[in-house]
Design a protein around this ligand. Sequence first.
Ligand SMILES: [Zn+2]
Length: 436
Amino acid sequence: MLTYWAERAWLEGPEGPGPAESVAIETAEGRITSVITGVPPAGATILRGLVLPGLANAHSHAFHRALRGRAHDRGGTFWEWRSRMYALAGRLDPDSYFRLARAVYAEMALAGITCVGEFHYLHHAPGGRPYSDPNAMGHALTAAAAEAGIRITLLDALYLTGGFGEPLDGVQRRFGDGGLDAWMNRVDKIEAAPHVAVGAAVHSVRAVPEAAIAAFARSGDGRPVHVHVSEQPAENAACRAEHGCSPTELLERCGLLGPDTTAVHATHPTEHDLELLRRSGTTVCLCPTTERDLADGIGPARAMAEAGIPLTLGTDSAAVIDMFEEARAVEMHERLVSQRRGHFTTAELLAAMTGHDSLGWSDAGRIAPGRRADLVAVALDSTRTAGIAPDGILHAASAADVTDVVVDGRRVVADGRHTAIDAAAELAETIAELWT
Ligand SMILES: [Zn+2]
């Protein structure tokens, strides 16, 4: 048994969620066993600042981290960025994929992320040839998460076409399994581990034909399913030309929407799309720092929240790995669009930052007895946060203010340092190697 004592902790109190003072959190075997406010118990590990539940990064492509600061040419579009990303994807092998992901997941741990939803599509060797372990790339990711000390939901993506009715081309051949059955056979062989949940993904309506999406949906067995939806207007236009409907309408027609499904982005939905998402209980994962980095546009976050659509957040292309910045961007982008302030409460944004449900870990995301012992201490005395009211933390803190992180009862970050990995050194070394 291990007891933590938090100066302040974010609890779901009788008067609603908010910061409570002087909170003793007892843990055993990776779970919280009791939460009591009062004086610090003898021998407790002290966590200063404000302790939040573990943060969930619901949408990541870890290898995109190697593009950060390297793809900002004047006049570029999403599609030009994608060609740069494909060049990077062409260089990775299981060893470099593992080393890069290990450093990226350490960066996530340092930012207070205790679980990542890794949307994984780089499956095979160049040309599409399977590795001797056909899940060598996926296993590189799960091993990387283990070493970084965070949980992972491996959202293995079905990827069959290079565009509507087009064969896979060039580096895309590394993404494809040739058909749904071959993809299922491979995904069935992904090794289980206590820190791993195996989910599934349809890359997008561009990358999977309608019949295969429908068959995929029929094979659903309750695991989390993620799908990129309406990130770019060009995707909507191409879908209308091919299928006579929006991407969301196509997914509904195929039976893919539902409470186990997360639509990633949904930046350009129609009113009808929002109604379909709401009615089906589908979650939407917003990735605002990527959406602005790639000039995707601003999704209608408040309209989604008003409709009762559950929202989560993801770092997607890793242009930024900072869930505070993602949450703040949801509010700030809405202000820019509406020219009005104050759209989301701190509790709403924190709920989006802790969307472990959408990754298949419904027992995480709250500081309460029986929940996974995921704790994130955020400094209230840094130059950024000094003097703020604790419930204003999402308007002041950044990932750099995270001082201590506990994942499933294990201390992964202590005093602002990862306990096992020098993330900055490993990122610098691995990324330099990839670009030489
Ligand atoms: Zn993505």
